[in-house]
Design a protein around this ligand. Structure first.
Ligand code: SAH
Length: 353
């Protein structure tokens, strides 16, 4: 968080920093040195040993390097999933998850401390909204995960990122777009846009804006219900942006970007998992370049929902497949460490455990 007039060094790409340094009367080439230190996980000016002391002092007058107050780590015993709880000076906390897949490591990042959307099944709902994270605060989650992993794996590299942690990414639009560009920057994490996913509960105007950005990321839309009645009862955002607005906007997004959309659907026992729901969903998505990603609903303290039975899940999947809808299933990782986002923060804020 910005404490004074100084700017966060983590907010700059190399070329932007060159310009900014020139404004402060510092040689442009210093930008490369500084970015290199940041990419080597420095978080203080004193670590930048190839910069003279007077230069470091000058930098410190105009800039700071954002860092969390504390980082707690939770490692799964079932798989290689790790979860990190970041607490900031302001007292706000967010969480991120590191997941290992066959194709490499992926991180799930938070974009806001809290959330305004109030989805009934979500661990973050009821805890309210504290503030947007800056682009630097989203980026530093990757920074600290990398730093931690490098201690035991010198070849560690984050290959994919998903914005599916705490918060609604499109409700923090400018900071999120800036973050995506920084994560893509060759001097920082160099992650290809095709290896980035952004998940939204369906903010229609921002989906339209995103289509114009020309960032070939994957858009995930949290659907969870095939009709307005059910969706509004689970996700209040549906009252503002009902399916009659959301689905045409998604079709438009696909037309503009040529990118396939992933629709997230958490199966909740007896609520949205009937074969009728599957058929209604297939009708809704008919002819669209998309797939449905089925998730097991996480049973959290904040909701009274339970997972679908194996039979219901199978019937639902078969019904969609019959209607020629592509279906994938999200694997459950890190089940023993509450790897689904929001749960650690909830525990911390409620003072439990
Ligand atoms: N606000 C964004 C991203 C954060 S949530 C969004 O709504 O998409 C990331 C994903 O987890 C979303 O698909 C969300 O609907 C889902 N989710 C939240 N709580 C869940 C729960 N208890 N069980 C299963 N999925 C959940």
């Amino acid at each position: 968080m910005k404490m004074d007039n100084r700017e966060d060094l983590r907010l700059f790409s190399r070329s932007e920093l060159e310009i900014r340094l020139s404004d402060s009367g510092i040689e442009k080439y210093r930008a490369g040195q500084i970015i290199k230190w940041l990419s080597r996980h420095a978080d203080s000016f004193s670590q930048m040993t190839d910069l003279s002391k007077p230069l470091r002092e000058k930098l410190e007058q105009d800039f700071y390097i954002s860092a969390p107050k504390s980082v707690e780590r939770f490692c799964s015993k079932l798989d290689s999933t790790r979860k990190y709880l970041f607490t900031f000076e302001s007292g706000d906390c967010v969480e991120s998850v590191l997941l290992e897949y066959n194709h490499g490591f992926s991180v799930c990042l938070s974009t806001q401390a809290g959330c305004k959307m109030g989805c009934r099944f979500c661990a973050s709902s009821g805890l309210g909204f504290s503030r947007d994270l800056t682009s630097a605060e989203i980026l530093l989650q990757m920074e600290y995960i990398t730093r931690d992993m490098l201690e035991t794996d010198p070849d560690f590299r984050i290959g994919h990122l998903v914005l599916m942690g705490i918060g609604e990414p499109l409700d923090n639009y400018d900071n999120v777009i800036r973050f995506l560009k920084l994560a893509n920057s060759p001097d920082l994490f160099n992650i290809g846009y095709r290896n980035m996913s952004l998940s939204t509960c369906g903010l229609v105007p921002q989906i339209r804006r995103l289509a114009e950005e020309e960032l070939p990321i994957t858009l995930s839309v949290s659907l969870h219900a095939p009709n307005d009645k059910l969706r509004s009862s689970l996700m209040p955002v549906n009252k503002t942006y009902p399916l009659s607005k959301l689905i045409p906007e998604c079709r438009e997004y696909i037309k503009k970007t040529g990118r396939r959309i992933s629709f997230e659907y958490a199966l909740i026992g007896g609520v949205n998992d009937t074969p009728e729901c599957a058929r209604e969903l297939a009708q809704l998505l008919k002819g669209m370049l998309c797939h449905v990603n089925l998730i097991n609903v996480n049973e959290t303290k904040s909701n009274n929902f339970s997972k679908s039975s194996k039979e219901a899940r199978l019937l639902f999947t078969n019904e969609l497949t019959k209607c020629k809808i592509n279906v994938t299933s999200r694997r459950t990782l890190g089940a023993d460490i509450d790897a689904a986002c929001g749960q650690l923060r909830r525990k911390k804020l409620e003072g439990a455990e």
